[in-house]
Design a protein around this ligand. Structure first.
Ligand code: ATP
Ligand code: MG
Length: 288
């Protein structure tokens, strides 16, 4: 079989595992980089925790883990030896579990906890899925209502491994308004649909800018000129404006739902979390 045909299509739904003690597994993805997946993941997880749920957040990006910075858990010194090569090297026996860190009521884990923030890890792309699956299973999550996975851009690994091996209850897509982002995000939509992962909806990010002077919203990027895009047919979970406060707060480790709860962005993130919960319930009803 050619390598590129070894995809999620080949796997039956029944072959997948449901994670023990974890109520709902939600992934946040997009075919496109830099559109706000990690920002959405963090604010979704924290907003769900603020609503009273027990929540975990797995940073699924080994090459560019963003969660540590966004949640204020920075590791500036470089790791050496095994711990630099693989965070899980001393966990081969799986007898010892990694304790996640808790921030804003969310249990978090990231490859970035094990390497310096300017240090590169270089797992082969094919090993990414393996690395992420092992990280996921090595953590002592306890009982969770939700586990949110922040995916890296693209439609290969570790997305393929997660979709093939786990019951993923829902996917949240994130896009910016440009054609180039929407087309790549439609690819992620196709990947999840092929894998029978319910797509809960799409978050439109940075379609407008919140002027820091007058507080007005205005459009910054050209709207998509595509007449039709597969994303048009899925529910919109929120329109998040580009707000300079999101970046500055996020870079200091404070998600806006915590640091600026009255901001437009924070309010949309909180509504987005409610819509995600509602969409998950609809999907469950649909299956029953
Ligand atoms: N609504 C927003 N307003 C202002 N800045 C934002 C907004 N959303 C995201 N950003 C900023 O844009 C940058 C990219 O966002 P983020 O890291 O969440 O994207 P990503 O899709 O996860 O990127 P990658 O593909 O590299 O994983 C970050 O600096 C983030 O703070
Ligand atoms: Mg990211």
């Amino acid at each position: 079989m050619r390598e590129e045909t070894r995809s999620v299509i080949m796997v039956s739904k029944e072959a997948r595992k449901r994670l023990e003690n974890i109520g709902v597994l939600v992934v946040v993805g997009s075919g496109k980089g830099g559109v706000g997946k990690s920002t959405v993941s963090v604010n979704l997880a924290v907003a769900l925790a603020k609503q009273g749920a027990s929540v975990g957040l797995l940073d699924g990006d080994a090459y560019g883990p963003s969660i540590p910075l966004m949640l204020g858990v920075r590791k500036r010194t470089e790791s050496k030896g095994w711990s630099a090569a693989l965070p899980l090297a001393d966990l081969k026996t799986q007898q010892r579990k990694i304790q996640p860190l808790t921030r804003y009521g969310v249990k978090i884990i990231s490859v970035g906890f094990f390497i310096g923030e300017e240090q590169a890890v270089a797992p082969m792309p094919d090993a990414l899925g393996l690395l992420m699956r092992q990280l996921l299973f090595s953590v002592d999550w306890g009982e969770l209502d939700y586990l949110v996975i922040d995916l890296p851009p693209g439609t290969s690994e570790p997305q393929d491994t997660f979709c093939r091996e786990l019951v993923v209850d829902g996917a949240v897509l994130v896009t910016t308004p440009q054609d180039i982002a929407r087309i790549d995000t439609a690819k992620a939509l196709a990947m999840f649909q092929r894998a029978h992962v319910p797509v809960l909806g799409v978050v439109h990010n940075m379609g407008s800018v919140l002027c820091p002077h007058c507080g007005e919203l205005f459009e910054v990027f050209p709207r998509s000129t595509e007449q039709r895009n597969a994303l048009d047919s899925i529910p919109i979970l929120g329109d998040i404006p580009l707000d300079p406060g999101v970046v500055s707060m996020s870079d200091q480790g404070y998600p806006v739902v915590v640091s600026m709860p009255e901001s437009v962005a924070a309010r949309v993130f909180s509504e987005m979390a409610q819509k995600v919960t509602q969409r998950l319930a609809e999907e469950r009803e649909g299956e029953a």
